[in-house]
Design a protein around this ligand. Structure first.
Ligand code: ZN
Length: 408
């Protein structure tokens, strides 16, 4: 919302302080040589990988460093102390996002400079009464007041909790949060495969969310981008402008698709805990390995999980062997053309179903070993799993609110 405060001095001082925090952290950053992996597409969704040696930045993170930094910044700071903590936090997040871009080759090894004026206001600097907020600028001397009861968004958030604010020259951003209660907590297992998300729901069974459209979007733009790159030398400036345009379009369309995917997933499975494989334990699925190529890219999967985490409760389980462990007896499965078979008990199924099912089972907190199947498969009497086809296949509807069911 807009404001008519005179906060120029606060904005200017905050900008300077934030830059000082970045400067200090930057000066104390250590750089280590490390190998970085890169890849480029060679068509058919395949990539070629290569390594380079680069300097990796490590920011100082010890409590001692942070304490000293805080003390330094507090000297001559004319406003409330909490703003200093807010600049330190913001400085780290600016540097962290710079680091990620730098490692991807999108930024040079150059210290970030704060160009925009803004102030991040922590809740400790705010007093909230109904729709009125009082912000401390200088304790007992200067306060700012705002009331959002006449704003357009008021009806939607009136009983929500007020979070951090961001003050800019003419307007202020408000954030709100609300705790959601989940009455029933059915767990579902969600596995990512290259062309689908496979869900195992204890009552509804195996549901396949078709992602071929997502790949279609990515491939369409990859083709255009590759073609542009191949003729870039002919008109470097014009083509790099075009490239920027198509990169942005690709990003936006994928973002749009993913947003609709998570909304529709959360509507399809209300009151449900979503169980995923823990991405941080995905070390064994390094680039180029067979398993890796059968999965969605790590970054796409990460985005889906992150977006879902704003809407539904989520849990993570250990990913080791989820697609190769027999859900009936726990032996190692043999796979052939997407079908898996257990050499020990003879269990046969589709590999993608087994992945989702095993994630579901791990979400229940149970590890499968021989003889326990009966306890673990409450909805399939006797632990018999005869499902080999998904109960339904659904697709993201880009213009609707819920999944489209694909007739089988
Ligand atoms: Zn078995």
């Amino acid at each position: 919302m807009n404001h008519n405060w005179s906060v120029e001095d606060l904005l200017t001082e905050y900008q300077k302080l934030l830059q000082r925090a970045i400067d200090e952290i930057w000066e104390n950053t250590t750089w280590k040589e490390k190998k970085a992996k890169h890849r480029y597409p060679i068509g058919n969704g395949k990539y070629k990988y290569y390594e380079t040696t680069r300097l990796f930045p490590y920011f100082p993170k010890s409590n001692e460093f942070k304490r000293e930094l805080r003390n330094k910044l507090l000297k001559d700071w004319p406003f409330a102390k909490h703003y200093v903590d807010s600049t330190i936090k913001t400085a780290y997040s600016i540097l962290e996002s710079w680091r990620q871009n730098y490692l991807k080759g999108r930024r040079k090894r150059k210290k970030p400079v704060v160009k925009r004026k803004f102030v991040r206001v922590k809740t400790t600097l705010m007093k909230v009464e109904g729709s009125k907020i009082r912000i401390t600028v200088k304790p007992r001397k200067k306060y700012l007041e705002l009331d959002y009861s006449n704003e357009w968004f008021y009806e939607r958030i009136k009983d929500w909790k007020v979070g951090e604010l961001i003050i800019r020259e003419k307007d202020v951003y408000l954030t709100f949060s609300k705790e959601v209660e989940f009455s029933r907590r059915i767990k579902i297992g969600v596995d990512s495969n290259l062309m689908s998300l496979d869900v195992y729901h204890p009552e509804k069974g195996w549901i396949k969310v078709d992602l071929s459209e997502l790949h279609g979007i990515a491939e369409t733009y990859d083709r255009i981008i590759d073609r542009l790159k191949s003729i870039q030398k002919k008109a470097p400036k014009r083509i790099s402008r075009l490239l920027q345009k198509y990169y942005a379009r690709r990003r936006n369309r994928i973002e749009d698709y993913l947003n609709k995917l998570v909304v529709q997933l959360s509507r399809e499975f209300p009151d449900t805990v979503f169980v995923f494989e823990d991405l941080n334990k995905f070390k064994m699925l390094e680039n180029g390995s067979r398993d890796f190529n059968r999965k969605l890219s790590r970054s796409t999967w990460g985005k889906i999980v992150q977006k879902l985490s704003y809407r539904v409760p989520i849990e993570f389980v250990n990913p080791a062997g989820t697609s190769s462990t027999c859900p009936k007896c726990g032996s190692k499965l043999e796979s052939r053309n997407g079908q898996v078979e257990c050499p020990n008990c003879g269990f046969k199924s589709d590999g993608q179903f087994v992945g989702a099912f095993n994630i579901f089972v791990r979400g229940l907190g149970a590890a499968l070993r021989g003889g326990e199947a009966r306890d673990l498969l409450p909805y399939e009497p006797g632990g018999e799993l005869r499902l080999v086809n998904p109960k339904s296949v659904v697709r993201v509807d880009l213009s609707g609110r819920t999944f489209t069911h694909v007739p089988s």
